[in-house]
Design a binder for this molecule. Structure first.
Ligand code: FES
Length: 59
C-alpha cells in the first residue's frame, strides 16, 4: 500500500499518517482516528476508507 496516498481530501491526511496513528495509539474506531488525526471530520466521505485501514491493521 502507498503510504503517501491521500485518504482524506478534506483534511489532507495520508494513509501513512492514519496507519501510524492507529498503531501508535491503538485506535479502534473511525471516530478515534478523527479525534487523533482530523481525518474523516470534514465531509465524512472517506470514513469507509478509514474503516478499511482500521480493519487491515486491527484484523
Ligand atoms: S474526505 Fe475525509 S472528511 Fe471529507
Amino acid at each position: 500500500m502507498d503510504r503517501n496516498e491521500q485518504i482524506c481530501n478534506c483534511m489532507g491526511i495520508t494513509r501513512g499518517e492514519i496507519e501510524d496513528a492507529i498503531k501508535a495509539k491503538g485506535l479502534k474506531t473511525v471516530e478515534e482516528v478523527g479525534e487523533e488525526t482530523t481525518a474523516g471530520t470534514g465531509c465524512g466521505g472517506c470514513q469507509p476508507l478509514i474503516q478499511e485501514i482500521l480493519d487491515e491493521i486491527n484484523g
